[in-house]
Design a protein around this ligand. Structure first.
Ligand SMILES: [Zn+2]
Length: 138
């Protein structure tokens, strides 16, 4: 089935993230002055205001901070509803909003805060792959 959800348009700020996603890598920005990781990408570190930002390949692992079942959606997400979105605490630091797959939206009580997750990528076009996360243990 053709990908029918919104496809982001990379900018100079987000291009390293999307280039990595196309190669199956979760790239994250890190401040070389204070060493902290932040997501979403910014021109200036949100912790120390330094502009010294580098990109690195993250493990793609983390755990569920919180989640919600989405009963409505727009675009292709309407056809996927109900589905689960989650905030993931990334192993390297900071938090990412994502679609969480491999869980049953009709049984949200079975989704565990703190459950370990790993990133996967869905091909949206020849140029773009979109990350999502999947639970790797109960
Ligand atoms: Zn910093």
């Amino acid at each position: 089935m053709a990908y029918n959800k919104p496809i982001p348009t990379p900018t100079t700020l987000t291009k390293p993230f999307w280039d990595g996603a196309r190669e199956g890598k979760l790239m994250l920005p890190r401040c070389t002055d204070c060493g902290r990781v932040h997501f979403y990408p910014r021109h200036v570190c949100p912790f120390c205001h330094s502009a010294a930002i580098e990109w690195f390949e993250a493990s793609g692992e983390g755990h569920i901070h919180t989640y919600a079942v989405q009963h409505r959606g727009f675009g292709g997400y309407a056809q996927e509803a109900p589905y689960v979105t989650a905030f993931i605490d990334l192993n390297e630091g900071d938090r990412m909003l994502t679609v969480l797959r491999g869980v049953d939206p009709s049984k949200p009580e079975e989704i565990k805060i703190g459950a370990r997750v790993k990133v996967e990528f869905e091909e949206a076009s020849d140029e773009m792959s979109i990350p999502f996360f999947r639970v790797v243990e109960e």
